[in-house]
Design a protein around this ligand. Structure first.
Ligand SMILES: Nc1ncnc2c1ncn2[C@@H]1O[C@H](COP(=O)(O)OP(=O)(O)OP(=O)(O)O)[C@@H](O)[C@H]1O
Length: 365
């Protein structure tokens, strides 16, 4: 299948400043691509380049198999939903949604039918005669989406569409967007700085930092096999534990030595990893460290740790222990008897381990 969006060697400069560097991304019909990264990493700029709102400095960009590198936004067969909603304040909701169709000369009956279909999909039928000023933030967001949906474009582009909503509404609208994507089978590109939004919505994630792609993959690939320390730290909450350790060959396996908070060494046996340099950063997610006895498997290794902090969080309890000079978080069951200041046997699942090079931050396994 031809990619719907194909970006090759894209560069974007503002004056002499390189904002995007050698971006290569392609997506298939029905994909939900999320561009995620910290503030200023260039994700909105990349979306604007896809939309044609910003010219690109180098490389090519095609949509639906056609080269769009120098094509104006209105001819790219895209629809964009902005963070600011960009609704016309003096027009009713219905007019806001149908305006684009009217400009394109779509006949009145088709306009009415499309309006009806989209209003029902988004459950905004009772609001059609109101003006944007008479709507809540979430309702305005729906109208902005309605305006994009009636276009039936090759590509939907979303620029942080939920960032003006309160936390509860964000979660609700997030699942609505997911449902919409599933029902429509549409292809979407979505910008967010919120890694949870990225994980929940995406079929494919691009993690950006400083205008450079750090990793492209499915949410599971990015979560389970982060390509470097930046991705490991940025994706996931609480973040992956990143523990300085020494890896030493011991027969067919590796001894992974970590210094405990009280200075005593603990040694975890890794039976499956290949050769590693001696100095490594060991990455384990909080859910891959359990209370001893609550995690089984051939790669599970237990070690006694001094617990510094216990944080009940309803369904789980997080405990924090100092390992390798870092505050390491483990996600335990809610009934744990862990006490701050007391020792506790923790079970480390080395089947889930990531190793990174301390210097470059690149993944080693
Ligand atoms: N018109 C412009 N002229 C010069 N520099 C710009 C311009 N627009 C954006 N930039 C710079 O480009 C970089 C990327 O900006 P961009 O808005 O794409 O980041 P972002 O990842 O979307 O961040 P945020 O999440 O804060 O919106 C920033 O350093 C920004 O200052």
């Amino acid at each position: 299948m031809a990619p719907i969006l194909d970006i090759k060697n894209l560069y974007k400069n503002y004056g002499s400043v390189e904002i995007l560097k050698d971006i290569n991304v392609s997506i298939e019909p029905g994909d939900f691509l999320v561009l995620v990264g910290p503030s200023g990493c260039g994700k909105s700029t990349l979306l604007n380049c896809i939309a044609g709102l910003e010219p690109i400095t180098g490389g090519t960009l095609s949509i639906g198999g056609k080269d769009m590198t120098h094509v104006s936004p209105k001819d790219r067969d895209i629809a964009m939903v902005f963070q600011s909603y960009a609704l016309y304040p003096t027009m009713s909701v219905a007019k806001n949604i149908t305006f684009g169709m009217k400009v394109r000369g779509v006949d009145a009956a088709t306009q009415a039918a499309k309006l009806q279909e989209v209003a029902s999909q988004l459950q905004i039928e009772p609001l059609l005669n109101r003006r944007p000023g008479q709507l809540s933030g979430g309702q305005r967001q729906r109208v902005a989406m309605g305006r994009a949906l009636v276009r039936d474009p090759k590509l939907f582009l979303f620029d942080e569409p939920l960032s003006n909503l309160d936390a509860k509404l964000r979660v609700e609208m997030r699942s609505e967007i997911k449902k919409l994507h599933q029902n429509l089978g549409a292809t979407m590109v979505y910008v967010t700085h919120d890694q949870i939004e990225a994980m929940t919505l995406a079929t494919k994630i691009v993690v950006l930092k400083g205008g450079v792609v750090q990793q492209i993959g499915t949410p599971a690939e990015i979560y389970n096999n982060p390509a470097n320390l930046f991705v490991a730290d940025f994706m996931g909450s609480p973040a992956m534990n990143l523990i300085p350790a020494k890896a030493k060959r011991n027969g067919s396996g590796l001894d992974i030595e970590i210094t405990r908070g009280d200075g005593a060494p603990i040694v975890l046996k890794d039976t499956h990893s290949g050769d590693l340099p001696e100095d490594v950063i060991l990455g384990l997610r909080p859910e891959d460290i359990a209370e001893a006895g609550f995690r089984a498997g051939q790669d599970v290794q237990e070690a006694q740790c001094l617990i510094d902090m216990v944080e009940p969080a309803g369904a789980d309890t997080y405990v924090v222990a100092e390992l390798g000079g870092k505050q390491v978080t483990a996600r335990l069951h809610a009934e744990t008897k862990a006490q701050p200041g007391a020792m506790l046997d923790l079970a480390f699942d080395l089947g889930k381990v990531s190793y990174f090079a301390p210097g470059t931050g690149e993944r080693l396994n």
